[in-house]
Design a protein around this ligand. Structure first.
Ligand SMILES: [Zn+2]
Length: 415
């Protein structure tokens, strides 16, 4: 073969290779970006996306005094900010929702129990008003069934231990009404547990859980109510993890390592949650995702969808993929990340996890299987304890600080 012919072949092969690369690379990239959203939607049809925390019921209270008949959830609600309505829940392929029954800390020692009944009632009425969309559910199996039937499983989580007014009886009755998790505190101490703000104090009020608080946790395990550690101090988290006999949940909490806000969970806790078999459902709030420096306001878009995925990656790294979940906090926060503007955006975040190399099993774990595993275990522990554990009958001692100042309380017990 002569030299010029050889050069001709080399050049020809080179041009051919360049053409193949020029065509194939964009096609494969295109396939990748096209494939992830499709796969995300497929996984979400196969496994319910369970969101740990949505505050729409509080918007009902604030915006329309719980008068549900004045709004149509098939349309965009009139309040602002607005993250949730039925069309957007459907667009977002939401499979199950823990609706937050929240009352502000102002109601502690006042009318918290009345307000919490209001919020439980409004969630139940919402489910009844839209039976083609919602299904009221109190079990792990119920979530699976609802999803199979194309409904959004609707569960109740009570946000803040102040809502039981230090009464084991109230806790039990919340369970009877269908409440399936209670956040141990909101952003105030109860007379028996410290909240996250105590992490800023050198001498926290209770240094975690009091003896009564430990019994509240044990009673929750006995009842089969999930224990939610979002909003509590690190010491309270550790005290709970020391005594629980079933896995715990964080219904709306992100990673402290990536954003040093005390509402987030530190690595030391993520490691313990791994041992405990619990789940950490990531909060989307811009301030917890991308901690703003002082004097910077974390408006909408201050954080991004990718940064929320970073928190999920981090929790996966420290706690394992079996730990990760979604805990949006939609309609409970003023600002949300770019790309996660409302409940319709969940599939985009799922697609991002797929793009980052999460396997089908890992994605489906985060979507709902991890929470379902925790829920199953909590129900099994309830059944195991039923044989020989009696309801806790202890009451908060009357001389225990805060209770003494509760002038709203009346007492009929006369020893
Ligand atoms: Zn919250």
């Amino acid at each position: 073969m002569d030299r010029s012919r050889l050069i001709f072949i080399f050049v020809g092969v080179g041009i051919l290779a360049a053409i193949i690369v020029a065509i194939a690379v964009p096609v494969s990239l295109n396939n990748k970006s096209k494939r992830s959203p499709e796969l995300a939607r497929q996984y979400m049809r196969e496994t319910p996306l369970i969101d740990g925390h949505n505050d729409l019921p509080y918007q009902f209270k604030k915006g329309i005094n719980n008068q549900l008949q004045t709004v149509n959830l098939n349309e965009r609600p009139p309040w602002d900010p607005t993250h949730t309505d039925i069309p957007r829940l459907r667009d977002g392929l939401v499979g199950a929702q823990f609706w937050a029954a929240y009352t502000s800390c102002d109601s502690q020692y006042n009318d918290a129990v009345m307000h919490i009944l209001d919020q439980i009632d409004v969630i139940k009425r919402m489910v009844q008003m839209y039976p083609e969309t919602f299904d009221f559910v109190t079990t792990a199996e119920g979530i699976r069934d609802s999803h199979e039937n194309g409904k959004i499983a609707s569960l109740i989580g009570v946000e803040g231990g102040h809502n039981i007014d230090s009464s084991m009886a109230s806790l039990r009755m919340l369970y009877e009404l269908g409440v399936r998790y209670m956040t141990v505190t909101h952003s105030c101490n109860t007379p028996w547990a410290d909240n996250w703000l105590m992490d800023e104090e050198t001498t926290p009020e209770h240094n975690g859980l009091t003896d009564f608080g430990k019994d509240v946790i044990r009673e929750m395990n006995r009842l089969g109510m999930l224990i939610d550690l979002s909003h509590v101090s690190v010491k309270t988290m550790n005290d709970v993890l020391d005594i629980v006999t079933a896995p715990v949940m964080f219904s709306h909490t992100s990673a402290y390592e990536l954003c040093n806000h005390y509402r987030n969970a530190p690595n030391s806790i993520l490691t313990r949650v791994k041992e405990n078999g619990g789940v950490v459902m990531v909060n989307f709030y811009t301030k917890y995702i991308n901690c703003p420096p002082q004097n910077v306001t974390a408006d909408d878009g201050y954080a991004t969808l990718a940064q929320v995925a970073d928190h999920m990656d981090h929790i996966k790294l420290i706690c394992g993929w079996e730990c990760v979940g979604f805990g949006s906090d939609y309609d409970g926060v003023g600002t949300v990340p770019e790309g996660l503007e409302d409940v319709s955006k969940f599939p985009d975040l799922v697609a991002e996890l797929i793009e980052r190399g999460w396997t089908e099993e890992e994605v489906k774990g985060a979507l709902g299987n991890n929470l379902l595993r925790v829920f199953d275990a909590v129900e099994e522990e309830r059944d195991a304890l039923a044989a020989d554990t009696l309801p806790y009958e202890n009451t908060m001692p009357r001389d225990s600080g805060a209770e003494v100042n509760n002038t709203c309380r009346t007492y009929v017990y006369n020893p």
